[in-house]
Design a protein around this ligand. Structure first.
Ligand code: SAH
Ligand code: SF4
Ligand code: F3S
Length: 472
């Protein structure tokens, strides 16, 4: 327990959902730190608990309510000790449910959506005065402009790899998805702002940056001179930052996969050979009902072009099984597309009807046991593909960014260019560096390797074409 009378307030933030929430939580931590809060690792003693929530599937949203149940008990206990910790719900559930959250979970003091994080200090003042605060509008000012720039990850320099949100919101309105409602309309940050933030990250020791957006390849930032920049332009500008070794971006939509962006995978030396490009389903009728606006064969053409540009590129995807009306034959079309692509990694989900989205109203909902069976089939196939991809890298020497402490003493963990997780026998002194590593053993989910051949200076980790021609 914190000593009574301690002047320093404490805050705990838990993130659910996508990487954009992780990024937003970091920015909220920066803001709270600049407001005098200390960020702590457990909710128990915190004066402020923020749950940064996800609404994408029912399960994700339900998790929040069970956590709130636990927090309510902790709060009641704290109140017997004369403390009054605040419970705040941020993120996409907050945006979607607003006041309803406080009705359902009365211990909650503060509900605020993803576009108002910069207003947190004022919201906290109101909540501390006893008001139940709900703030879910989409303000006209831009939250990133108003958030402090001293990123905690920068000041503490604890991470070699960092996320950077460049684009928010979505205008695509896929019929299953809540994102356009929870995050609002598509918006791109200015290239200057992004380059500035990236520069500060690199100066603090970050050597890999993953650019984030719900629709990151629809990025279209405008600079101070009024000139437009698309994602390949931005990647080129960022690649000029001395000391930055690796660039990645996620998540992309097939419709925005331009020839120029595909060419960047050939020409931009810092762009890693990995692309998360969700197809969701392999059946054209389902893709149409999902409002994805492309066919399965158009998707395959994009992948063929990508592989022509960068033969060793590793491909990943998201899949939804049991979308309303999906027949057995349509599900099999998904299995066939998976077989023809050969994924290095993938995420797959049972369709979850989301309130307010068109597909939720369909009366052709697929029964739960059918969804479960299809998911098991698909995951079995995807798992075998991932294992095959990993085995293909056995005995290969790959540059690994050692960005974390490993599972066991004497090990560090990191990522290969193909985003494979790898445990490496390596001393702590190498944390944060890129080393040549020989892959000794591949498992379905991660690799094990040993140091082989020394450090890779950050500006020379270019053109790794060791796995030329590898497709599965
Ligand atoms: N912008 C990305 C996806 C963001 S959501 C894109 O367009 O691909 C991440 C993933 O969650 C989606 O790709 C989809 O596979 C899954 N998802 C979204 N809504 C869902 C729902 N209602 N039920 C099940 N899965 C869903
Ligand atoms: Fe959701 Fe579709 Fe937008 Fe992706 S593109 S965030 S799935 S609406
Ligand atoms: Fe979830 Fe919102 Fe991200 S719904 S996936 S946290 S954009």
């Amino acid at each position: 327990m914190k000593p009574t009378g301690s002047p320093r307030k404490t805050a705990f933030i838990r993130s659910y959902g996508c990487q954009m929430n992780v990024y937003d939580s970091e920015r909220m931590a920066d803001l709270l730190t600049s407001e005098g809060y200390e960020i702590i690792d457990a909710p128990g003693d915190a004066d402020l608990v923020i749950l940064n929530t996800c609404h994408i599937r029912e399960k994700a949203a339900e998790k929040v309510y069970s956590e709130l149940g636990r927090l309510r008990i902790g709060k009641a206990h704290a109140q017997t000790e004369g403390r009054n910790p605040l419970i705040a719900v941020a993120g996409c559930v907050a945006q979607a449910e607003g006041e309803e959250m406080i009705r359902r979970a009365p211990a909650v003091d503060l509900v605020f959506g993803p576009q108002v994080y910069h207003r947190l200090p004022q919201l906290l003042v109101r909540a501390s005065a006893g008001e139940k605060v709900v703030e879910t509008e989409f303000p006209t000012e831009e939250k990133f402009d108003a958030l402090p720039n001293d990123r905690r990850s920068v000041t503490s320099a604890r991470a070699a790899s960092a996320f950077l949100t460049i684009q928010e919101g979505c205008d695509k309105f896929c019929t299953f998805c809540v994102v356009p409602y929870t995050r609002g309309a598509e918006f791109s940050r200015s290239p200057e702002e992004i380059v500035d933030e990236a520069g500060r990250l690199v100066a603090a020791g970050v050597s890999e940056i993953t650019l984030l957006g719900q629709n990151v390849n629809a990025y279209h930032g405008v600079d101070g001179a009024g000139r437009g920049h698309d994602l390949p332009d931005l990647l080129d500008t960022l690649a000029d930052i001395d000391g930055l070794a690796r660039l990645r971006y996620t998540t992309s939509h097939p419709r925005d996969m331009t020839q120029k962006l595909i060419a960047a995978h050939r020409d931009n030396d810092k762009l890693m050979p990995y692309l998360h490009l969700p197809i969701q389903s392999g059946a054209d009728r389902i893709l149409d009902a999902m409002n994805r606006k492309h066919t399965a064969s158009e998707y395959l053409t994009i992948l063929a072009d990508l592989r022509a540009a960068r033969p060793d590129i590793a491909i990943s995807s998201d899949f939804i099984v049991g979308f309303p009306g999906e027949t057995e034959a349509e599900f099999e079309a998904t299995l066939r597309i998976v077989e023809s692509v050969g994924y290095a990694q993938a995420y797959s989900f049972k369709y979850s009807p989301r309130p307010g989205t068109p597909a939720a109203d369909s009366d052709a909902q697929v029964p739960e046991p059918v969804k479960a069976e299809r998911l098991a089939w698909l995951q079995d196939l995807l798992e075998r593909q991932q294992f095959a991809f990993n085995r293909n890298t056995e005995n290969v020497v790959l540059p690994v960014l050692l960005d974390r402490v490993g599972r066991m003493d004497g090990q560090l963990a990191g990522r290969t260019p193909y985003l494979q997780a790898i445990q490496v026998d390596a001393p702590m002194a190498l944390l944060g560096t890129i080393q040549q590593v020989r892959v000794e053993k591949a498992g379905p989910h991660s690799l094990f390797g040993v140091l082989a051949g020394g450090a890779v200076p950050v500006n020379t980790e270019t053109r790794i074409t060791l796995l030329e021609g590898m497709t599965s």
